[in-house]
Design a protein around this ligand. Structure first.
Ligand SMILES: *[C@@H]1O[C@H](CO)[C@@H](O)[C@H](O)[C@H]1NC(C)=O
Ligand SMILES: *[C@@H]1O[C@H](CO)[C@@H](O)[C@H](O)[C@H]1NC(C)=O
Ligand SMILES: *[C@@H]1O[C@H](CO)[C@@H](O)[C@H](O)[C@H]1NC(C)=O
Ligand SMILES: *[C@@H]1O[C@H](CO)[C@@H](O)[C@H](O)[C@H]1NC(C)=O
Length: 418
C-alpha cells in the first residue's frame, strides 16, 4: 500500500466515523428529549428531583438551545435598536398635536417626577405576584386543573399565549380585558403584520379585524408546527427567559362586559352560536329568526339572567368548553403553571400599562393606545345582578372563585348575602 492510498483510506474511515458520531449524537438528543418529556409530565410530587438527574446530553442540549435563543434575541434587539435610532422617540403619539407636546414634556422629566410611581408599581407587582404564588402553593385552596404541570396542559389550551421573540415577551390575552389594544402592541413589537410591506408602528393604525385574526399572532399552540418535537422544550426555555404578562379584571364585571358586547350589540356569530340556544332553552321559544337584526326587531333578546343560567347549566360545558369571552382566566392563562412577571389589572390600566412598557424596555417605541369605548364600570355590578336570584349568584361565584382569589378581587359580599 502506498502512502497516498493509506492516507485516502484513513480520510474515508475518518469521515465514516464522523457520520456515525453525528447519527449517534442525534439519536441521543431524540431520546433525551423524550426522557425529559416523560419524566416532567408526571405529577411533581412523585419525582421531586426530576430536574437534577437528567442525562448529561440533555443539559448540553439545554445549553445549546439557550445559547441559540439568547444570541437570536440579542441580535434582534440590536437590529431593533439600530433601526429605531433615526426615528423620533415617541412615534405612537405623533397624531394629535397638543397631546404630542404634552407626551414629550412628560417623557423628558420622567426620572424626577415618576420615580415614586415606579417604586409604587414595583411594590404593587411584588404583592400581586406574591399573592398568586401563595395561593398556588396553598394546598387548602383548590380548583380544577390546579395541580397539573405545564406538560399536562394540552397544546390547544396554550392558544392564548402570544410570543414576541424580538423583545422576549409573552402575553397571555384575556378577552374583555383591554386585549384588543395589547394585541395591537404585540403586533407592533413583533412586526407580525405588514401594511403594504412595512411593519405597523402605531398600534391604532392596525384594523380591528386583523387584530383578532389568530393567524396574525404567533402563539404557543403553533410551536408544534414550527419546531416539532422540540416545541415543549423550547416553550419552557422561553417561559424561563422571556417577560410574561397578563391583564385581569373583576370576574363579575368581566361577565357583564362580555354580555354587553356580545349580546346587547348585534353580533351575528354570537346570536347564532349562543343566543338562539339560550332563548330556546331558557325562554321557551321554539322558532326564532335566523339573523340578529330580525331578532332584535322582533324583540327576541337574551337577558342577562338567561346568560347567567347558561353559565350555570351543567349541559353547557358538556357540549363545548366556555367561549373565551367568559372562560375563567385560570383556564386561559394557567397562572399556577406559568410564573408571570407582571399581573396588570383593568381597574388600574393606565398606570399598569405605563409601567409595563418601561419594564419591557419598549416605552421609547410606543405608547399604550387610549380606549374611547364605553367601558363597563365596576359600580354597575349591583344593578346588573339585581334580578339574578341569590342562589344563582352564589353558584356563579363558586364557578369564578379561583379568578377572584388568585388575582386578589374581594368576594362581593354585597351580592352574595341578603
Ligand atoms: C391557605 O389558605 C387558607 C384559607 O383557605 C388559610 O387559612 C391558610 O393560612 C393558608 N395557608 C398558607 C400556608 O398560606
Ligand atoms: C386572517 O388572515 C389570513 C392571512 O392574513 C387570511 O387568509 C384570512 O382570511 C384571515 N381570516 C379572517 C377571518 O379574516
Ligand atoms: C313552553 O312552550 C310550550 C309550547 O311551546 C308550552 O306547552 C309549555 O308549557 C311552555 N313551558 C313553559 C315553562 O312556559
Ligand atoms: C355607556 O353605556 C351605558 C349602559 O350601556 C349607557 O347608559 C351610557 O349612556 C353609555 N355612555 C355613553 C357615553 O355612551
Amino acid at each position: 500500500m502506498t502512502k497516498a492510498r493509506l492516507f485516502r483510506l484513513s480520510v474515508v474511515l475518518g469521515s465514516i466515523f464522523m457520520i456515525l458520531l453525528i447519527i449517534v449524537y442525534w439519536d441521543n438528543v431524540g431520546t433525551a428529549h423524550f426522557y425529559l418529556h416523560t419524566t416532567l409530565s408526571r405529577p411533581q410530587g412523585v419525582l421531586p428531583t426530576a430536574g437534577k438527574d437528567n442525562p448529561a446530553s440533555l443539559l448540553e442540549m439545554d445549553d445549546f438551545l439557550e445559547n441559540l435563543l439568547n444570541s437570536n434575541l440579542k441580535k434582534n434587539m440590536d437590529v431593533g435598536r439600530k433601526a429605531e435610532k433615526p426615528k423620533p422617540p415617541l412615534r405612537a403619539s405623533s397624531k394629535p398635536g397638543a397631546s404630542n407636546l404634552e407626551e414629550n414634556v412628560r417623557g423628558y422629566d420622567w426620572p424626577t417626577r415618576e420615580t415614586n410611581m415606579v417604586l409604587d408599581q414595583a411594590k404593587l407587582q411584588k404583592e400581586r405576584r406574591q399573592m398568586l404564588q401563595d395561593w398556588c402553593a396553598n394546598s387548602s385552596f383548590s380548583f380544577p386543573t390546579k395541580e397539573r404541570t405545564f406538560d399536562d396542559i394540552p397544546n390547544y389550551e396554550l392558544n392564548h399565549l402570544i410570543v414576541d421573540d424580538r423583545h422576549g415577551i409573552i402575553y397571555c390575552y384575556v378577552p374583555k380585558v383591554a386585549c384588543t389594544n395589547w394585541k395591537r402592541v404585540m403586533i407592533v413589537l413583533s412586526e407580525s403584520l405588514m401594511d403594504q410591506g412595512v411593519p405597523y408602528v402605531d398600534p391604532l393604525d392596525i384594523p380591528r379585524e386583523n387584530v383578532h385574526n389568530t393567524s396574525t399572532h404567533f402563539t404557543f399552540n403553533k410551536f408544534w408546527r414550527r419546531y416539532g418535537k422540540f416545541s415543549r422544550h423550547l416553550m419552557k426555555i422561553k417561559l424561563k427567559k422571556y417577560t410574561k404578562f397578563l391583564f385581569v379584571r373583576d370576574p363579575f364585571v368581566r361577565l357583564i362586559s362580555a354580555f354587553r358586547s356580545k349580546f346587547e350589540l348585534a353580533n351575528e356569530e354570537f346570536y347564532r352560536r349562543f343566543a338562539i340556544p339560550m332563548l330556546k332553552l331558557y325562554s321557551n321559544y321554539s322558532s326564532l329568526p335566523t339573523s340578529v337584526s330580525e331578532a332584535f326587531e322582533g324583540g327576541f333578546r337574551v337577558s342577562f339572567s338567561d346568560f347567567i343560567q347558561y353559565l350555570l347549566d351543567p349541559r353547557t360545558e358538556k357540549l363545548a368548553p366556555f367561549n373565551e369571552h367568559w372562560r375563567q382566566v385560570y383556564r386561559l392563562c394557567h397562572p399556577c403553571q406559568i410564573d408571570y412577571d407582571f399581573v396588570g389589572k383593568l381597574e388600574t390600566l393606565d398606570e399598569d400599562a405605563t409601567y409595563l412598557l418601561q419594564l419591557l424596555k419598549v416605552d421609547h417605541l410606543l405608547h399604550f393606545p387610549p380606549s374611547y369605548r364605553n367601558r363597563t364600570a365596576n359600580s354597575w355590578e349591583e344593578d346588573w345582578f339585581a334580578k339574578i336570584p341569590m342562589a344563582w349568584r352564589q353558584r356563579l361565584y363558586k364557578l369564578y372563585e379561583a379568578d377572584f382569589v388568585l388575582f386578589g378581587y374581594p368576594k362581593p359580599e354585597n351580592l352574595l348575602k341578603n
